[in-house]
Design a protein around this ligand. Structure first.
Ligand code: GTP
Ligand code: MG
Length: 190
């Protein structure tokens, strides 16, 4: 189900797990590996193309919600406004907001938290929304770089209220089981 406007959000009572992150961080790839389908969620080398919220129904139990990526430099002013209206609409004027049981905040492990990532994490903390951090593309780091990343992210104040930090790779499947455990625990579907 795709929503380009807030009145298009689904109205049924399934719990929702939202995925948030900058454009190109690997949200769609993560959805595909989570549900074990190659190209269920559309991935692209061209980031930030469409500004929509996509709701993926998983076995009629829950929705994985692919929020539009932020931080894509080439977006026009109108596109940025659309991003804000839609994302804010999802968090603030969404009749089903009480069904949102977890926000998975994705951070590119090669880049680390950007200012936009920190703003998003601060927003989630201030709003009291349960959230965890998933570091993406860890297959691109060697062991030393991975350890450095883990040490620095653990010390980052922006992740203070995150439930946990999971290292994830859509290439190797690393972190997949751990993430499913968290999703099912927060959604109490298990
Ligand atoms: P938008 O929809 O534009 O916001 O991007 P997105 O966050 O959905 O990113 P997407 O999943 O489309 O991935 C962006 C690019 O990163 C693609 O070229 C993917 O193949 C690549 N990518 C995603 N995850 C991984 C990963 O775990 N490892 C590696 N090596 N590449 C990845
Ligand atoms: Mg995507």
């Amino acid at each position: 189900m795709t929503a380009g406007r807030k009145d298009q959000f689904p109205r049924d009572g399934k719990v929702q797990i939202a995925l948030s992150g900058r454009s190109n961080v690997g949200k769609s790839s993560l959805i595909n590996t989570l549900i074990g389908r190659k190209s269920f969620a559309r991935t692209s080398a061209q980031p930030g193309k469409t500004i929509t919220i996509n709701f993926y129904d998983v076995d009629r139990h829950l929705f994985l919600v692919d929020l539009p990526g932020y931080g894509y430099a080439k977006r026009t002013f109108e596109e940025k406004q659309k991003w804000s209206a839609l994302t804010e609409g999802y968090f603030t004027s969404n009749k089903n907001i009480d069904l949102l049981c977890l926000v998975v905040q994705l951070i590119d492990s090669r880049v680390g938290p950007t200012e936009d990532d920190r703003n998003m994490l601060a927003y989630l903390s201030d709003a009291g929304l349960p959230h965890i951090v998933v570091a993406t593309k860890v297959d691109k780091l060697n062991t030393t770089e991975r350890n450095q990343f883990v040490n620095s992210i653990r010390k980052d104040p922006s992740v203070n209220n995150a439930g946990c930090i999971i290292l994830y790779s859509s290439e190797t499947g690393a972190g997949r089981n751990e993430l499913w455990d968290e999703i099912l625990a927060y959604s109490k579907v298990k």
